[in-house]
Every structure is written in structure tokens, then in C-alpha cells.
Design a protein around this ligand. Structure first.
Ligand SMILES: C[S@@+](CC[C@H](N)C(=O)[O-])C[C@H]1O[C@@H](n2cnc3c(N)ncnc32)[C@H](O)[C@@H]1O
Length: 267
């Protein structure tokens, strides 16, 4: 799995995931509230960026957060402890082979994980097994095809396309947001509702310019420079221009728009 994860596991990626979570907490999480005492499975917790938010918003829920990566789990455990939360337990586990019985959880939460899996429908079915009848599934994913910006730049669009192509080459799908409804429905869940969560950024919103456009989105694209050039997807000079043009959208007269998708369903 480690080689098959397009963003990798280095410190800069960990810090990017934290920026992403902190900046988007309100728009993505405000309506994820679990009743006191509920058992929640967070599948693919990474370095704990969402675990901290889940724990803060649901102090009376018991959260079990799993990931394949031992290193990410260590970081997640430290982060949650440093934030003072005691309602999260961490386990190293594979979503596709969960070490839990049928109907073990009241709720399942998955964020930015399905886009990296070759068979997201199968992963959703594995999660369905451990969910109690009547329990809920929440899935949050992005869709890199939802990006547009001003000033427009074909170089910037090509650099984003490199990320889309590289992730697809590893068996992932960074355009998965638009597919959440059919994916969740065909995995056997009921009452599927998907809501788009648009992020609109201009220079009157400096927190989003830094936390989202620069430190989340552009950082993610910059992270695939080496494989993009090595695979001859782009010439280095064109790539550099694409990245410069993405930063250009963060200036006084620039704008940047991206849409996440949040799906909620029950078993
Ligand atoms: C982009 S990170 C997202 C982490 C976190 N949910 C967040 O939003 O910050 C994707 C995570 O999914 C984990 N992952 C991928 N496939 C997995 C699997 N089959 N079982 C468990 N974790 C998996 C990766 O190790 C990685 O930490």
C-alpha cells in the first residue's frame, strides 16, 4: 500500500492533511454529529487530521480509528492525545479485512480514502458488514475535475491533470466525488444523500488562500512533480509554469474554486 499511495507519507504530506482538515472543518464536518455513547469507526484515519475534529465534535462518542500505516497511526495517536481527547482508540487494520464482527459499529466515517482504492465499491461493502442495521455511513471525497480558477491557465490545468493521471495509474480515482451516489447505493446502503460542498476562495478570505489553495491544493499538485516529469507527462518548464500559474490565482485579483462531495446513507 505504501508505494501505491500517490501523496506518500512524508512530513510535508502530514502537514498538508492537517491544513486541509483545519481549514475545511466547518464546511465538511459541522453536520457530522453522533449521539452520546455511539460507536464510530473512522476508516483510514491517516495522521489523525479528521480524528481530532470527530473527537472534538463528538466528545461522548467512542471512536475507533484504523489505518494501514503504522507510522501514520503513531502520529494520529500523538495528535489526539496532545489535543486532550480520550475518546479515540487506534488500531492498525485493513479496511478490506476489518478485525471486527458483523454489526459492530453505530456509524462509519470515511474521508479522502476511497479515491486511493482500486475497488472502492468493495471497500464500502466491507464497511457495510461492520455497520449495525440502521447505522449510518458518512463518506467525504474530493473531485479534482471540479477545479476552476482565475486567471485561467492551460499549464495549471495540465499540472492538475498530471496528478489525476498518476493517481489513476496507481489504481485510484481523484474524480470520485461525482460517483459517490452510485457507488454508495450499489454497495447496498439505503437513503443515500450526497451534498456538494463548494470551496470558493478569493483574497478577501486569507485563511482559505493559505490553508486551502496554497497549503492543501497546490501543495498536493506540487507533490507529484518528480513522477510527472519522470513519466514525461509534462516538460519541466511547462510544469513550473503550471505551478506558478496556480500560485497566481492566490493573488489580490485571483480566485480558486473546488467542490468536495459528502455522502450520507444508512444500512
Ligand atoms: C489521504 S489519506 C486520508 C487520511 C484521513 N482520512 C484524512 O482525511 O486526513 C488516506 C489514508 O487511507 C489509508 N488507507 C488506504 N487504504 C487503506 C486500507 N485498505 N485500509 C486502511 N487504511 C487505508 C492510507 O494509509 C492513508 O493514511
Amino acid at each position: 500500500m505504501n508505494q501505491k499511495y500517490v501523496h506518500g507519507y512524508d512530513a510535508r504530506e502530514g502537514s498538508r492533511l492537517m491544513d486541509q482538515a483545519a481549514t475545511l472543518a466547518e464546511i465538511l464536518h459541522a453536520d457530522t454529529i453522533y449521539a452520546a455513547g455511539s460507536k464510530v469507526l473512522e476508516a483510514g484515519c491517516g495522521v489523525g487530521a479528521q480524528s481530532v475534529i470527530l473527537a472534538r465534535n463528538n466528545p461522548e462518542a467512542q471512536i475507533t480509528s484504523v489505518d494501514l500505516s503504522r507510522r501514520s497511526l503513531l502520529a494520529a495517536r500523538e495528535r489526539v492525545a496532545a489535543s486532550g481527547f480520550t475518546n479515540v482508540t487506534f488500531h492498525q487494520a485493513d479496511i478490506l479485512r476489518l478485525p471486527y464482527g458483523d454489526d459492530a459499529f453505530d456509524h462509519v466515517f470515511v474521508c479522502f480514502v476511497l479515491e486511493h482504492l482500486p475497488n472502492p465499491g468493495y471497500a464500502l461493502r466491507c464497511l457495510h458488514r461492520v455497520l449495525k442495521p440502521g447505522g449510518t455511513l458518512t463518506v467525504i471525497e474530493g473531485d479534482h475535475g471540479s477545479v476552476y480558477f482565475h486567471p485561467d491557465s492551460r499549464y495549471a490545468r495540465r499540472s492538475i491533470q498530471c496528478l489525476i493521471d498518476l493517481q489513476a495509474g496507481m489504481g485510484g480515482n481523484s474524480l470520485i466525488g461525482r460517483q459517490l451516489y452510485p457507488l454508495i447505493k450499489s454497495a447496498g446502503y439505503r437513503g443515500v444523500r450526497v451534498s456538494p460542498r463548494m470551496i470558493y476562495v478569493d483574497s478577501s478570505r486569507p485563511g482559505l488562500v493559505e490553508g486551502f489553495t496554497k497549503n492543501t491544493f497546490i501543495a498536493m499538485v506540487e507533490g507529484v512533480k518528480d513522477p510527472a516529469i519522470r513519466s514525461s507527462l509534462m516538460e519541466e518548464a511547462d510544469w513550473d509554469r503550471g505551478i506558478r500559474d496556480l500560485y497566481r490565482t492566490t493573488r489580490e485579483d485571483g480566485t480558486f474554486i473546488y467542490t468536495f462531495f459528502k455522502g450520507v446513507a444508512s444500512k
